[in-house]
Ligand binder design. Structure first.
Ligand code: SF4
Ligand code: SF4
Length: 63
C-alpha cells in the first residue's frame, strides 16, 4: 500500500521529497503529496517526516 500524507500534520518542509529515492513526493502550496504510482513502499519518508505526517494505507492509528 502506498504512503499518503496526513494533510493537517504536514508543514510543507520538503524533507520527505529529498529522501524519496523514487521521486514520488512533491510539495505544492506547503503541502506534500505522494504519487501512488511511483511510491515503492520503502517507508523512508514515514520515518523521516519530523511531523509524523506520512503514513501508509492499512496502518490505521488510533484516533
Ligand atoms: S516531511 Fe512531513 S511535514 Fe515535511 S513536507 Fe513531508 S510530509 Fe510534510
Ligand atoms: S514510502 Fe518510499 S517510495 Fe513511497 S513516497 Fe515514501 S520514500 Fe517515496
Amino acid at each position: 500500500m502506498p504512503a499518503f500524507v496526513i494533510q493537517n500534520l504536514c508543514r510543507g518542509c520538503g524533507v520527505c521529497t529529498q529522501v524519496c529515492a523514487y521521486r514520488a513526493i512533491s510539495v505544492q502550496a506547503q503541502l506534500a503529496a505522494v504519487d501512488p504510482l511511483r511510491c515503492r513502499d520503502c517507508e523512508e519518508c514515514i520515518f523521516t517526516c519530523p511531523n509524523g505526517a506520512i503514513s501508509r494505507l492499512g496502518m490505521i492509528s488510533k484516533e
